[in-house]
Design a protein. Structure first.
Ligand code: PBG
Length: 324
């Protein structure tokens, strides 16, 4: 065969034909909207490096959640910015903390929306690292206990899915045990399984006020060149009881989204992170690219690689456009 019999252009001739042979679809069902919960009342503080994203107080979060749900997005993931920070990050498991109150409020006012919570210490510790420190580094095993407490507090408030993003070894198992021992066998775990020490988290750290005071996260987050190690991280998290595994960031790691989906055949999430958002928004606002098309192309590529779910700051806008 081959040319002149084969002419792939035949099926590209009209939008109708293109629609009929389109292999990958992006639906609002695939999207998860991240939200930043801060103290106060009626607060919406824009994040300078993420135009269109703001930290919001619980009342504003609840209003936003209703709109997100109305736009057809099935889920939000909450990040907390606490009133006080300390060495152990103890606000993380305060049952009346920002995230916990936001969960209860969303469950009351937008009950159909699934609520995920980011489980990590970096927003809550005064040093900004993702766990408890010992001799200038994060103490893995001591951190497991505080992460389990945080996850349990989120579960008590009504979270559907807890999502540990700290990258400690053994944290999925520790959280699963704590949830089960306390009657939360139905709360699922989305593990940030292959999370890399990435330059693309910069804007998020402005949004979450979680930049480490010293050093970096390379002793716990993965080294970007490592693909096989990512597969091993995913295998370990699944053995420990993860229900959904995540690859993060998305765009520089599409190969790993593909490998994880094919090797494990479990629900796979990908995080289209803050730096990926900021790049597209900045170029769009400057008129350098067509933002709407770029966003659709990028999110569709993450789906094509194999992600079932995409955490993205574009979620609500895209869902509105998809159902318009
Ligand atoms: C917390 C956490 C981070 C992100 C999600 N959870 C930042 C980090 O590890 O420094 C990044 C999300 C984004 O960049 O959009 N550990």
């Amino acid at each position: 065969m081959g040319f002149p019999i084969d002419r792939p252009r035949r099926l590209r001739r009209t939008e109708t034909l293109r629609r009929m042979v389109r292999e990958t679809r992006l639906s609002p069902d695939n999207l998860i909207q991240p939200l930043f919960v801060c103290p106060g009342k009626d607060v919406a503080r824009p994040v300078p490096s993420m135009p269109g994203v703001a930290q919001m107080s619980v009342d504003r979060i609840i209003a936003a959640a209703r709109e997100i749900h109305a736009a057809g997005v099935p889920a939000v993931i909450l990040f907390g910015i606490p009133e006080r920070k300390d060495a152990r990050g103890s606000e993380a498991w305060n049952d009346s903390g920002e995230v916990q109150r936001a969960i209860r409020g969303i469950k009351e006012h937008a009950p159909g929306l699934a609520v995920l919570t980011d489980v990590c210490m970096c927003e809550y510790t005064d040093h900004g690292h993702c766990g408890v420190l010992k001799d200038g580094d994060v103490d893995n095993d001591a951190t497991l206990e505080v992460l389990a407490r945080e996850a349990l507090s989120h579960a008590r408030a009504g979270a559907d899915i807890v999502a540990p993003s700290d990258m400690m070894d053994g944290r999925v198992g520790a959280i699963r045990r704590a949830l089960d021992e306390n009657g939360f066998t139905q709360v699922a775990i989305m593990a940030y399984a292959a999370k890399f020490a990435s330059a693309f988290y910069g804007p998020f750290r402005d949004a979450a006020e979680s930049t480490p005071r010293f050093g970096d996260r390379r002793s716990y987050q993965m080294d970007p060149p490592n693909g096989n190690e990512a597969i091993r991280e995913v295998a370990l998290d699944l053995e420990e009881g993860a229900d959904i595994v995540m690859v993060k960031p998305a765009l520089a790691y599409l190969d790993l989204i593909y490998r994880v989906k094919h090797d494990f055949m479990v629900p796979v999430a990908a995080y289209n992170v803050s730096g990926e958002y900021a790049m597209i928004r900045a170029a769009g606002l400057n008129g350098w690219i067509d933002e709407e098309r770029a966003v659709m192309e990028v999110l569709t590529s993450i789906r094509r690689a194999g992600a079932d779910m995409i955490l993205t700051y574009f979620a609500t806008d895209v869902a509105r456009r998809l159902s318009a």
